[in-house]
Design a protein. Structure first.
Length: 432
């Protein structure tokens, strides 16, 4: 089968409709009626895994939950010991999420398996390639429950940090307790780790979560790299005082200091082409209407195309915080709770993704765009284990981490064809 051929257009459209319908089905598995929220080691995690495991088994795949709660489906070749090409994305969400961030990638991967699998003589379904096909549904890509992101993919990459066991969620439940409540054994976390020789690589389809493809009027793009990330809890300390009796020249207002800091983050990052900083959460204490805020706690999500861009911006923000604190008689401190380096998508996997997208385009069309991902993805963790590649799907208006997040069935069909063709191209490459 020539790359990109063999995928019957009617079957692809049918597969795209199934992806959209199953994104809707997964959207109904939520902790928050009327919104989408599915966090790590929750009852919704278990329900989503059960649904996806059923979809894997109906394709003739085996399906198992690994020691970190990720769901792993496998379609063997004739040799059950062969290395596997890993496809997938994540099924956990941010609060009040859209229904395609992560979910579309897992379901597009299953659609590709459905379209590429072949019946063996004994009637079982097999991977027709020199590698098995695995589909993984990672958990805790977002870090919504415990703050630190990429927990599930870090377990698979073998980079689990034992310090994470003491992370707590908003109710004070530790990650260790949540593991046990979910039915997982913390002492077996190492069993989730895969060995490099087991894998041929990792390919993920994901909505762009930005406006570039929409602005270009193109359905798909090759991803060159995934931006680096650092996340902080910032605390600004001033002095709580009477809101009426305290003249301004005696105030050390933590909220105003934090507000200047948030504006400084925007100003400094706007000055850098490939860095972005966001204050997503701000709380004041004691938080009464008639008390000057004595303390402000804010989150900072910092990203850069390159680690050094991100770190340079963090240094500038720190200097600016010193100036603000000095002027207002405040103190500030930072606690970093997540850090992930930028990860390059492997050149070979960029090439097969590009060839896969080209296979979906009319003859003579321009080459597809190659863009870096400003959003984080599980590939940031998996890059420590194996080669990673990504294909982006157009995300109208770029809105994501919001219920208005969308993707068209047509672009999902294009994504299925492109990922399928990329897998076929990779199979034609000599094994490493
Ligand atoms: O936050 C991110 O960039 C990703 O969606 N987890
Ligand atoms: Mn996300
Ligand atoms: Mn995502």
């Amino acid at each position: 089968m020539r790359p990109g051929e063999g995928l019957d257009p009617v079957a692809v459209q049918d597969a795209a409709r199934r992806v959209m319908a199953r994104c809707d089905a997964l959207a109904s598995i939520t902790a928050t009626p009327g919104a989408i929220e599915r966090v790590y080691l929750s009852p919704e995690h278990a329900r989503a895994n059960r649904a996806a495991a059923g979809w894997m088994r109906e394709l003739g795949m085996t399906a198992r939950e690994d020691a970190a709660g990720n769901l792993v489906g496998r379609l063997d070749t004739a040799d059950s010991e062969s290395a596997a090409l890993l496809l997938g994305s994540h099924l956990d969400t941010v609060p009040d999420a859209g229904r395609y961030d992560g979910m579309a990638g897992v379901l597009i991967a299953l659609a590709v398996v459905r379209l590429l699998r072949r019946r063996a003589d004994d009637g079982t379904w097999r991977s027709p390639f020199p590698f098995a096909l695995e589909v993984i549904a990672f958990w805790d890509e977002e870090g919504t429950r415990f703050g630190t992101a990429l927990l599930g993919s870090s377990a698979v990459a073998g980079t689990w940090d034992p310090a994470w066991w003491e992370l707590t969620d908003d109710s004070g439940t530790t990650l260790r307790e949540a593991f046990a409540d979910f039915g997982l054994d913390p002492s077996r976390i190492g069993d989730a780790a895969r060995r490099p020789e087991e894998l041929r690589g990792y390919l993920e389809a994901h909505i762009e979560q930005g406006p570039e493809l929409d602005r270009r009027g193109e359905p798909l793009a090759v991803v060159s790299s995934i931006a680096s990330a650092r996340r902080f809890h910032l605390t600004v300390e001033g002095q709580a005082r009477h809101a009426g009796g305290t003249p301004y020249d005696m105030r050390h207002d933590a909220l105003l200091g934090a507000s200047e800091a948030a504006l400084a983050v925007e100003r400094i990052c706007r000055g850098e082409h490939h860095a972005v900083g966001t204050v997503g959460r701000l709380e004041t204490f004691p938080g009464a209407v008639n008390i000057v805020p004595g303390e402000a706690r804010l989150s900072l999500d910092l990203r850069g195309e390159l680690d050094e861009t991100r770190d340079r911006v963090w240094e500038s923000i720190g200097k600016e915080l010193d100036v603000i604190a000095g002027r207002r008689g405040l103190r500030w401190r930072a606690e970093e709770f997540h850090s992930a380096p930028a990860v390059l998508c492997a050149p070979l996997l960029q090439d097969v993704i590009r060839a896969g997208i080209v296979a979906t385009l009319p003859a003579g069309a321009d080459d597809p765009a190659t863009i870096y991902s400003r959003a984080g993805h599980d590939g940031m963790a998996l890059g420590a284990l194996t080669d990673i590649g990504m294909v982006f799907l157009r995300n109208p208006d770029g809105i994501s981490h919001h219920p208005a997040e969308s993707v068209s069935s047509q672009d999902v069909a294009a994504g299925i064809r492109a990922l399928g063709a990329a897998v076929t191209h990779l199979a034609a490459e000599p094994a490493p």
